[in-house]
Design a protein around this ligand. Structure first.
Ligand code: FAD
Length: 114
């Protein structure tokens, strides 16, 4: 399972309940430009271009705090400053008691599709 996630061709990150990054796979580093040691412990908001309307984030958090997955597109900023359009899915990870323990984020750079 670990090897599959590590090698998946989509940027994967796992966070705590405040979106602080705990794990990233190789594709996350490739797509964002950040090595694991540069992003683990930081918040996912480090990727925000700050141009995505706040309503998008409110909808995202509204969904995941209701334990629903959210999928949408937002503008991210690569480590080198370049903007890219991310097709992002964020989903809650639940324990056996049905409580959310972590969030998983999965995104692709879809800039070239536009
Ligand atoms: P924030 O301070 O995050 O606030 C934005 C809105 O979100 C507010 O309405 C606030 O109330 C709400 N909110 C924030 N934290 C919580 C919380 N813990 N509980 C309930 N509501 C909350 N953002 C990106 O821009 N790009 C990404 O690729 C990206 N990937 C993510 C992956 C995962 C797994 C998760 C959980 C989040 C991801 N986010 C991503 C969202 C990110 O965490 C920020 O919410 C977003 O970047 C906006 O940051 P901000 O500092 O501008 O605003």
């Amino acid at each position: 399972m670990r090897a599959t996630v590590d090698q998946a061709p989509v940027a994967i990150s796992i966070t705590d309940l405040k979106a602080n990054i705990l794990y990233v796979n190789a594709a996350f580093s490739e797509i964002t430009g950040y090595a694991p040691q540069e992003c683990i412990g930081r918040n996912e908001s480090m990727l925000s271009d700050r141009r995505t309307p706040p309503e998008v984030y409110q909808e995202l958090w509204g969904c995941i705090t209701r334990q629903q997955p959210w999928r949408g597109r937002l503008l991210n900023r690569h480590r080198d400053g370049r903007r890219y359009l991310a097709d992002l899915t964020v989903a809650p990870m639940l324990n056996d008691a049905g409580e959310t323990t972590h969030f998983i984020g999965m995104h692709r750079d879809v800039t070239e599709e536009y």
